[in-house]
Design a binder for this molecule. Structure first.
Ligand code: FAD
Length: 452
């Protein structure tokens, strides 16, 4: 009899069938880099227990993952030591390999005579490509478990959603059923030695190709620090979130996106804690709207829109209006390097860019403003999109994320938005300006705070 937990089983899908080997179940950890509250790890353990197999966790670290630099690798690899230790306490080995997963995994799986390969879900192009390659190269079954979304992205919807108002009812229909407590990982009863040595995180860090952007020190990486930050937010920050979150001078956001991006914190655990907290209903609802609806909408966009980071991925109305305004005279036009050096005519925008470079995190309201000005001050929308993605991915600790590609596509290409009053350059894409910022928050106060 299959004694699997239905809660983890319904989050799993088989990407390719195959013949199981005699060795361990291997969990190729990628997006969800944590031990606790990880459905992919839980499913892999259940599969191993059911078939009396050892369990291994494998992480492949490329020295040149697209868009990633020392800032990101430092945050990620510092957390790996803590993860390895925690897994060892559960009798599970963490193996770190240097290289590209699609190239390394088939040989590793074969040498281990693995029972099956399990991985977590990620809608981004490169991850989807690797899984496709693995599905054709592996002889053992390949399973994918969505441990990042509360409801698996393919269960919520089987198509690209138009906007928050179309995905929200689909999520709400399933949410009570899926937003459950999450079982604990068990101490695994069986072990086995990996076929080769594991790389040390510090050694992997030395090999990182892009070292131009340095680490940040204001945020401690790892699951323990993430849990502490979440607790602090629940204790203090959540009260007033609905009113404060859009004011960059009030530190009204949770600041948890780097932990969520690297999977060091489970969105489901966070949502569960928020739902059961004593905070006012309007604060809980406002936060869960961002954490669940907006975040899962981003995954939906990247999963079902192959051009999520290109002009072709914008809705038709936005492409038409941007096309009609392609030839409009730009009052200012900046190169990527001028933007990167925060050398525009406008102090607020320059401060946003500096904030991003120094801290690796920009307030959500300012992110919209920052991206929209890039549309206004570059020669064409394709260039704006390219520059915004390049800068966001390079400097944001939480960059290279579906939220980033979707947020930029919202700002520049009207994705998940509607048409507004027509104006130069933007056409009908929503416009933002300095006067609007002044009405919303203390612009000078923000400018003076940057870098302090
Ligand atoms: C131009 C632009 C670029 C962006 N780039 C990124 C990025 O690279 N990485 C990233 O994680 N987010 C990005 N966002 C979305 C959003 O701004 C951030 O998720 C948020 O500011 C993160 O800070 P926080 O955790 O303190 O947010 P909180 O307000 O505390 O929200 C909690 C969580 O909810 C989710 N969330 C909040 N706002 C959004 C949103 N608009 N869309 C999707 N999910 C949301 C995030 O997971 C966030 O961590 C971008 C938005 C825009 C407009």
């Amino acid at each position: 009899m299959d004694r699997r937990n239905p809660d983890s089983h319904r989050r799993c899908r088989c990407l390719s069938p195959g013949r199981t080997g005699a060795g361990p179940v291997i969990y190729w950890m990628s997006r969800d880099q944590r031990l606790k509250d990880n459905w992919a790890l839980l499913w892999a353990q259940e599969e191993a227990l059911l078939h009396h197999k050892p369990l291994q966790v494998l992480f492949c670290c490329m020295r040149d993952y697209p868009g990633a630099n020392l800032r990101h690798y430092d945050f990620m690899l510092q957390a790996m030591a803590e993860l390895g230790q925690g897994l060892r306490q559960h009798n599970i080995e963490l193996v770190l390999l240097a290289g590209e997963p699609a190239a390394l995994l088939p040989a590793y799986v074969e040498q281990s005579d693995a029972h099956a390969l399990v991985t977590d879900f990620d809608p981004l192009r490169i991850k989807q490509l690797w899984k496709k390659q693995l599905a054709s190269r592996l002889k053992v079954p390949l399973f994918e478990v969505d441990s990042h979304n509360i409801i698996p992205a393919w269960v919520t919807s089987d198509k690209k959603e138009y906007a928050a108002y179309t995905i929200r009812p689909k999520i709400n229909r399933l949410l009570d059923d899926y937003l459950t407590d999450i079982p604990r990982l068990r101490i695994h009863p069986l072990t086995c030695a990996p076929p080769g040595p594991s790389a040390a995180p510090a050694e992997l860090l030395k090999t990182v190709a892009d070292r131009q952007t340095g680490p940040v020190s204001w945020l401690k990486p790892g699951a323990a620090a993430a849990a502490q930050a979440a607790e602090a937010f629940l204790g203090k920050g959540l009260a007033g979130y609905a009113l404060r979150r859009n004011n960059p001078c009030l530190a009204g956001q949770s600041g948890l996106s780097p932990y969520l991006h690297f999977g060091q914190l489970s969105a489901q655990r966070l949502a569960w804690l928020v739902r059961h907290s004593t905070a006012a209903e309007q604060d809980r609802e406002a936060f869960l709207e961002e954490l669940i609806v907006r975040r899962e909408l981003s995954d939906n966009f990247c999963l079902y829109e192959p051009d999520y980071d290109r002009f072709a991925g914008f809705p038709r109305w936005a492409r038409t209006t941007l096309e009609a305004h392609r030839g409009d005279q730009r009052e200012y036009s900046y190169s990527l390097s001028q933007l990167e050096q925060a050398a525009t005519h406008e102090a607020l925008w320059n401060s946003c860019q500096q904030d991003l470079m120094i801290r690796g995190k920009l307030h959500g309201y300012l992110r919209m403003y920052w991206a929209k000005k890039i549309l206004e001050w570059t020669r064409e929308p394709e260039e704006a999109l390219e520059y915004a993605i390049a800068l966001n991915d390079r400097y944001s600790l939480d960059g290279r994320d579906p939220n980033g590609y979707t947020g930029i596509a919202w700002s520049i290409g009207g994705v998940h938005d509607r048409a507004w009053r027509e104006r130069p350059v933007f056409g009908k894409v929503r416009y933002m300006n300095l006067a609007g910022c002044r009405r919303k928050f203390d612009v000078e106060g923000y400018i003076n705070s940057v870098g302090r």
